[in-house]
Design a protein around this ligand. Sequence first.
Ligand code: RIB
Ligand code: CA
Length: 303
Amino acid sequence: MKRIIIDTDPGIDDAAALTIALNNQELKVEMLTTVAGNVNLDYTTENAKKILDFFDKATPLARGNALPLLQEYEDASQFHGETGMNGYDFPESSRQLLPEHAVVEMKNKILAAEEKITLVTIGPLTNAALLLTMYPKVKEKIEEIVIMGGSTVAGNTNSSAEFNIKVDPHAAQMVINSGLPITIFGLRVTSKAVLHKKDIESIKNLGRTGEMLHSLFTHYRGGDLETVGLMMHDICTICYLLESDIFKFQECFLEVAVEGPAAGTTVADLAGRYTEAKNVKLAVDIDQKRFRDWVLKEIAKLK
Ligand code: RIB
Ligand code: CA
């Protein structure tokens, strides 16, 4: 049983990742924490409540940072709809949040845990950076940080920068240089982690969970249903925790640009020309068919 905390900005691909993580018996989701990203913090927090309500989970939920550390906040509502989870009519939630800011709640949970915890970040890294800076003692109790973010190919916010890093590049640089084991999934891999039209259609008939995800996916603009398919960026982090050999990795030195037009761009020194140091395990390839089959199998379990 791997104990994890997921920091998230739901977000339709976040919702799919949370669906699998919350219902897989090999994972213990100790807490969900929300951050501003795809949409503002009010929406991401309400969306996290709705996902937890949908699966009737008692998982603690804490509200995190509403703004990046320094960068001016920009959302991605054009990909996820105004609410961040357009497409399915979730009931309003009356779920209570944990009382403190997500960073304080994460610190308390991690320091009190008997075993190390894996931190999974599938949104901007603002909360993670604050956690490691304000409470460095948590580092002794963190197994690994698994990040969806960055790109060593084209970007999805401009020619080179991926959204989660672009929103808060300073936070990303702080986390990547924390000295902790970092496994990072950028667009080189996550843009190939796609579900095709026939996969999305097949999900429709997989019970109430399939119906919910199908409704969300029909409103998701991360990719193109008729051509390349829909990109399940965030699911890659959860799939890695459960079926790591679906991916290939290379250890390397990764740097985040934090100012100017390149802010949010991630540069991987794959040939070791800049330095011999290595600060991340970078995902460099994916078995696309195994990934697709695995996602459909995980959703089908929830019929
Ligand atoms: O660039 C893709 C990432 O940005 C995903 O985490 C998606 O949910 C958005 O947060
Ligand atoms: Ca996300």
